[in-house]
Write a protein that binds this ligand. Structure first.
Ligand code: SAJ
Length: 423
């Protein structure tokens, strides 16, 4: 029975480890640095909110450990650790470098190392391979194979998951790519597309997420011009969406958060710079998306101006901290910049997120009671019942609908000022 080690038991590594365990064909070890997470997993308790993971972990319990000696004699090492950016947006390779260093202590001839974390083209050969070769004196490609199979998990998605999302895979030793692709076919039974190199495999994921970032930037810029022209952009996009080809709706909002879309473009931008190419367009798109928190606060100021109130001294309820609905994840969330900007203008903020009670300043009801104005940043289901009637009961005078998800007409009919982002 082949031994497989998954390094990093987060939203990417844990589902994968369970899928391997579920196949019943491999000796699976899950490795993570976080003892608390490892203890939970060994008690068949998922550290993730994901329903599928919660169920499957109970049915197919895995062995998790913080003891790196458990990596001994692995045939396949799968790296699924975070790849964030540093403050200057430069890629932060520390986690994958640490994983590679750990693996190199146990890497034997004939083994296969697979990276799943999202990285820029070139990372496997320029960052990971030197570590694996240096420590082991083995030659990558000849003595062991290095592959990249970019993860495509969409946190909180009830439809798309590990078992039905197609994947791409590339290898340093192209003649070994089919073997590792067959391993993935065996455990996931979804389409596994073999590409010709590590760089192509790395490039697929980073262009997928950059594609999303530039399209969001496109509608965010439209939101600003349509607000200035008094045209409802949301209705416009909805109408344009009936075009059966050549149009793909994205939606304006309070900002782009998360550890994928807000981060991955920088990996491509920074690596292209090393090859003397300046991604002007991708950088501009990042600038536009990063300007949306400020734009959201501008929409609040405009709304308050209509009732002759400044932000200064106004009690502002902020609803939603998570970077997207029904996900308990704050990474790169625009909420924090929006809160800082409101406070900098003298606004007095109370915040609430149902997924972060300990970060919240009170219950939803207490925030509504406190507030003269509301800024909705995350469209959690819990907030979508805030109709004009409900808000009127709490004496709310202005609402900024940062995700354009509230019932605009009912709010206007309740004589409350509605400010959307593009509507
Ligand atoms: N957002 C917008 N407008 C949009 C879509 C998203 O402002 O039209 C914002 C969201 O509010 C959020 C951020 O962008 O703050 C990211 O949203 P996301 O839906 O892209 O969520 P992520 O970051 O979880 O992206 C994941 C990615 N999956 C992988 O990397 C494997 C991404 O590739 C998927 O396209 C995305 O889910 C998805 O489609 O939901």
């Amino acid at each position: 029975m082949k031994k497989i080690t998954v390094i990093g038991l987060g939203y990417v590594g844990l589902p994968l480890a369970i899928a391997i365990q579920k196949s019943g064909k491999y000796d699976l070890v899950g490795f993570d640095l976080n003892q608390e997470k490892v203890d939970l997993i060994n008690n068949k308790t998922s550290p993730l909110e994901d329903e599928l993971v919660k169920t499957e972990l109970k049915r197919y319990p895995i062995k998790a450990t913080t003891d790196k000696s458990q990596l001994e004699a692995s045939d396949i090492f799968i790296i699924a650790v975070p790849t964030p950016v540093l403050d200057d947006h430069a890629p932060d390779y520390r986690h994958i470098q640490a994983a590679a260093t750990t693996i190199s202590e146990y890497l034997k001839p004939g083994a296969n190392v697979v990276l799943e974390s999202t990285v820029n083209p070139g990372t496997c050969e320029e960052v990971i391979l030197p570590i694996l070769e240096k420590e082991t004196k083995l030659e990558g490609g000849r003595d062991f194979n290095l592959s990249h199979c970019p993860e495509r998990i969409n946190p909180g998605d009830p439809k798309w998951n590990l078992y039905n999302i197609p994947r791409n895979i590339g290898s340093l030793n192209i003649s070994k790519n089919k073997e590792i692709a067959n391993f993935y076919r065996d455990i996931l039974n979804t389409e596994i597309n073999e590409v010709s190199s590590l760089k192509v495999a790395e490039a697929t994921k980073v262009i997928e997420n950059t594609f999303r970032d530039i399209n969001i930037a496109y509608v965010n810029e439209l939101a600003k011009s349509f607000d200035a022209m008094g045209i409802d952009l949301i209705e416009t996009i909805q109408a344009s969406s009936n075009k059966p080809f050549g149009f793909m709706a994205h939606w304006p909002g309070a900002g782009v958060g998360g550890h994928c879309i807000a981060v991955d473009p920088y990996y491509l931008i920074k690596r292209a710079e090393k090859s003397n190419f300046n991604h002007r367009f991708l950088k501009e798109a990042r600038e536009i998306n990063n300007s949306m928190p400020e734009y959201t606060v501008k929409r609040l100021a405009e709304g308050l101006n209509r009732i002759k109130k400044p932000i200064n001294g106004t009690k502002v309820g902020v609803l939603g901290l998570a970077y997207k609905p029904e996900v308990a994840d704050l990474r790169e969330s625009p909420a924090f910049e929006i809160i800082e900007l409101i406070k900098a203008q003298g606004g007095e903020v109370m915040k609430f997120d149902p997924y972060f009670e300990d970060y919240s300043d009170g219950s939803l009801e207490s925030v509504l009671e406190y507030s003269d104005a509301i800024v909705l940043i995350t469209a959690h289901k819990k907030f979508l019942t805030l109709t004009g009637k409900v808000l009127q009961k709490y004496g709310i005078k202005v609402i900024v609908d940062g995700r354009n998800k509230l019932d605009k007409q009912s709010i206007i009919s309740a004589n409350i000022i509605y400010q959307g982002i593009g509507r």
